[in-house]
Design a protein around this ligand. Structure first.
Ligand code: PLP
Length: 287
């Protein structure tokens, strides 16, 4: 396995970063998780746009141009002979000193890791996940904007710990007003009486690329879709609930806080959307 590390291709064992890297010391950095399907880097432009926007927002200068970044991705995949899998692209502030000041970090570090991915079984896609709502809130827009895909995932990790303790597969987060925002690493949709609803990102969710792909599929197919705030109550009484994310694709939720959702299995619209999503993944991206 070859890992791209600041312009070099190194083995897993040699892929190490400095203990003075501010990505390590302070979570000062950003990342993307990207899928490759049949040699196609799915929604590459959308992921790189989000990466460069996150960088601009935190005043992090990525030492590679957009084109150089694309080349580095393609070359890393080529060296690993990877046609289906997952890409983790990380840009950290780079090595500095123990102080917070990013001006002490001379150059950002760029790391590209590619791996095989098997997150949920086909059985989980059919039967859905069990989820719980959690009290830990995601970063709110007036603090660290959740649109920035930063290396600060401690809120999400605390949420994951809570869902693990509850024996659930995923956690559903709310903002301080009690409106549902997203899962620990996925966006959320509910379906009630044929209407598909997802929370607006301004409530405190990452602007997910899979979320956007699902919105586009709904628009193309003429499904009724709304971006509107909702609460846990709306989840409990929904006909279907599903999560979207680069790794999870489209996965149903069958139970939330002990309430069975719909039939207690992946619902028909969720499965249809998963099928439609899987039919475009090798088309829309960088070959
Ligand atoms: N929300 C959070 C907090 C995430 O970490 C992710 C994963 O990237 C998502 C949502 C889903 O976003 P995407 O579809 O771009 O992977």
């Amino acid at each position: 396995q070859w890992i791209y590390l600041d312009g070099q291709y190194v083995t897993k064992e040699k892929a190490t970063v400095s203990v003075y890297d501010h990505g390590f010391l302070y979570g000062d950095g950003i990342f993307e998780g990207i899928r490759i399907y049949n040699g196609n880097i799915f929604k590459c432009k959308e992921h790189l746009d989000r990466l460069y926007d996150s960088a601009k927002s935190i005043m992090l200068e990525i030492p590679l141009s957009y084109e150089e970044m694309e080349e580095a991705l393609v070359e890393t995949l080529r060296r690993n002979e990877m046609r289906d899998g997952y890409i983790r692209l990380i840009v950290s502030r780079g090595p500095g000193n123990l102080g917070l000041d990013p001006n002490r970090c001379e150059k950002a570090s760029v790391i590209i890791i590619v791996e095989q991915l098997a997150i949920y079984s086909e059985e989980a896609y059919k039967n859905g996940l069990k989820a719980v709502s959690v009290s830990t809130r995601r970063n709110i827009p007036d603090a660290l904007n959740p649109k920035i895909k930063s290396l600060n995932y401690l809120n999400n990790i605390l949420v994951k710990i809570q869902s693990n303790l509850a024996g659930a597969g995923e956690a559903i987060m709310m903002n301080a007003q009690g409106y549902v925002t997203e899962g620990s690493g996925d966006n959320i949709f509910i379906i009630k009486n044929g209407v598909i609803t997802t929370p607006p990102c301004y409530l405190g969710a990452l602007d997910g690329i899979t979320r956007q792909a699902i919105i586009e599929i709904c628009e193309k197919r003429g499904y009724k879709l709304k971006e509107e705030p909702f609460t846990m109550h709306d989840i409990y009484v929904a006909d279907e609930v599903f999560l979207t994310g680069t790794a999870a694709e489209v996965i149903a939720v069958r139970e939330v806080d002990g309430r069975i959702i719909g039939s207690g299995q992946a619902g028909p619209v969720t499965l249809k959307l998963l099928e439609e999503f899987r039919s475009i993944v090798d088309q829309d991206g960088l070959k």
